[in-house]
Design a protein around this ligand. Structure first.
Ligand code: PMP
Length: 443
C-alpha cells in the first residue's frame, strides 16, 4: 500500500516532493539490505519519513509547478472549461455540494435522473444508474449481481475494486491470464461442458469481468474475442470502462465504439466519471430490468449518499460537449487530440528505445524500468526538471516489473509533449533505461 498510496499524488508541494524523495532514498538504502525479510523495517522507514515530512509541511507552503504526466484528466475537463465550469458553479449555488440524503431517502433530484438518461444515451444502453464513487460501483454492484453458486471469471490484472466486489459476492472466482481470450476459453471449458444447457450447469450464472483499458498496462481489452467466447459459453460480459470511456472510440464512447462491437453484446457496462469527465462517481449501464433491479437492491444506491449535484452537472455538461450539444466541435476535437497526443508520445518513446507497454490509441503508457531501485531516481530526476510522473512498483506490480506510468491528456500542448520527451530522454540516458535497440537488426 505504500506504493499505491504514492501513486495518487498530482499536486506536488515541496513537502510532498521531499517526502517522496526521502522515502525512496530510504528504500534505496534498504536495498543494500534484504528488505523483504523484515516488514518492520518497512514500517519504520515509512514512520520516520512521515514524521520528517510533517515537520517540513508545516514549514513549506509553496507549490512548485510541474507538467503533470500522471493525471487521468484525459480530456482536460478537470481544468476550467468554458462550457462545463460555469454550469457546475451555478449548480453548486443552487443545490450546494451535497443532498445530505441517500438516493431513496429524498436524495434524488432531477439532476440525478437527467444524468442517468445522459449516461445511458452516451454509452448506448437502455438505462443507467449512477453512484457517488467509481470504486464503490464495482465493489457494491458485483455482490448484488451474483452470489454463492455463481462463477466470476476475472482478468488477472483487474482493478482492486473488481477484486473486492468479486470477493464480497461469495461467488466462486476463477482468474484468467491477462487479456488472453484463449485462456479465458480454457477456464470456461474447465468449468462447464460446451453445449450443456444453461439450466443443467452447476453455476447459477457466470460473469466474465474485464477492463476496457488496463490502467497499469495501457492495454486495450481484446473485447471482440471475449464477447464471442462469452456468447458461446453463455456467460455475461461485464466491462469496466474507467479508463476507456471518453478516451477511445471515434466519439469517445469507449471500447465498443473503437472495435465496432454492438453494445448489446456487453451485458453490464461499468465506468467512472473520475477520468475523462473531470468529475467523480461511477455508473452501471445495461438493460432497463438490470438497472431497475440495482435501484432496489444495491446498498450503494439505497444506503449511500447520492452523487454530489455539481459533480453530476459537470458530467452532464462534459457529455454534452462530447456529443456536440454545446453547439461547438470541441468534443470531437478533444477526442481526436487525445488520440494524436497519445500516439505521438508513444511512438517517440519507442523511437528513443524505451520499453513501453500498451497499445496505440491508449492514453496510458507505462515505461518499463524493471529495476525497482531506478524508480525513485526516475521520479526525482523528472521532478527536478518540473515533470511529474507517477512511478509504480511492488506490490501494485510484480516485484521485477517496476514502471513509470505516463497518462496523456488532450490538453497537453505540442510544446508540453516535446518538453516531456526531452526530459524523459535525458533521464532515460542517465539511468540506462533505454533497454531496446533503436538500430535495425541486420539479417
Ligand atoms: N476501475 C478501474 C479500472 C480503475 O482504474 C479505478 C480507479 N482508477 C476504479 C475502477 C475506481 O474508480 P474511482 O477512482 O473513480 O473511484
Amino acid at each position: 500500500s505504500l506504493f499505491t498510496n504514492l501513486q495518487g499524488y498530482s499536486t506536488i508541494s515541496e513537502g510532498h516532493e521531499h517526502f517522496i524523495m526521502q522515502l525512496y532514498n530510504r528504500i534505496e538504502d534498504c536495498f543494500e539490505r534484504p528488505i523483504c525479510s523484515s516488514p518492520d523495517a518497512w514500517f519504520d522507514v515509512v514512520k520516520r519519513v512521515a514524521n520528517d515530512n510533517n515537520k517540513i509541511q508545516k514549514r513549506t507552503k509553496n507549490v512548485s509547478r510541474c507538467l503533470n504526466l500522471g493525471s487521468y484528466n484525459y480530456l482536460g475537463f478537470a481544468a476550467f472549461d468554458e462550457y462545463c465550469s460555469p454550469r457546475t458553479i451555478e449548480c453548486l449555488k443552487i443545490f450546494s455540494a451535497s443532498t445530505c440524503s441517500t438516493r431513496v431517502d429524498g436524495g434524488t433530484i432531477t439532476i440525478h435522473t437527467e444524468l442517468e438518461e445522459h449516461v445511458a444515451k452516451f454509452v448506448g444502453k437502455p438505462a443507467a444508474i449512477v453512484f457517488g464513487m467509481g470504486y464503490v460501483t464495482n465493489s457494491a454492484v458485483l455482490p448484488v449481481l451474483i452470489g454463492e453458486g455463481g462463477l466470476i471469471i476475472s482478468d488477472s490484472l483487474n482493478h482492486s475494486s473488481i477484486v473486492n466486489g468479486a470477493r464480497g459476492s461469495g461467488a466462486t472466482i476463477r482468474v484468467f491470464q491477462h487479456n488472453k481470450p484463449s485462456h479465458l476459453e480454457r477456464v470456461l471449458r474447465e468449468n462447464i461442458a460446451e453445449g450443456q444447457p444453461q439450466n443443467h450447469r452447476r453455476w447459477t450464472k457466470i460473469i466474465v469481468v474485464v477492463e476496457g483499458i488496463y490502467s497499469m498496462e495501457g492495454e486495450l481489452c481484446k473485447l471482440s474475442e471475449i464477447v464471442a467466447i462469452c456468447k458461446k459459453y453463455k456467460a455475461y460480459v461485464y466491462v469496466d470502462e474507467a479508463h476507456s470511456i471518453g478516451a477511445v472510440g471515434k466519439t469517445g464512447k469507449g471500447v465498443c465504439e473503437l472495435f465496432g462491437i454492438d453494445t448489446a453484446n456487453v451485458d453490464i457496462m461499468m465506468g467512472t466519471f473520475t477520468k475523462s469527465f473531470g468529475s467523480c462517481g461511477g455508473y452501471i449501464a445495461g438493460s432497463k430490468e438490470l438497472i431497475e433491479y440495482l435501484k432496489y437492491t444495491c446498498p450503494a444506491h439505497v444506503y449511500a449518499i447520492s452523487i454530489s449535484p455539481p459533480a453530476a452537472q459537470q458530467i452532464i455538461s462534459a457529455i454534452k460537449v462530447l456529443l456536440g450539444e454545446d453547439g461547438s466541435k470541441r468534443g470531437a476535437q478533444k477526442i481526436a487530440r487525445l488520440r494524436e497526443n497519445s500516439n505521438f508520445f508513444r511512438s517517440e518513446l519507442q523511437k528513443m528505445g524505451f520499453d513501453v507497454l500498451g497499445d496505440y490509441d491508449s492514453p496510458v503508457m507505462p515505461i518499463m524500468l524493471y529495476n525497482i531501485a531506478k524508480l525513485p531516481a526516475f521520479s526525482r530526476e523528472c521532478l527536478k526538471q518540473n515533470v511529474a510522473v507517477v512511478v509504480v512498483a511492488f506490490p501494485a506490480t510484480p516485484l521485477l516489473l517496476a514502471r513509470a506510468r505516463i497518462c496523456i491528456s488532450a490538453s497537453h500542448s505540442n510544446e508540453d509533449l516535446i518538453k516531456a520527451l526531452e526530459v524523459i530522454s535525458r533521464v532515460g540516458d542517465l539511468l540506462g533505461i533505454k533497454y531496446l535497440s533503436t538500430t535495425p537488426v541486420e539479417i
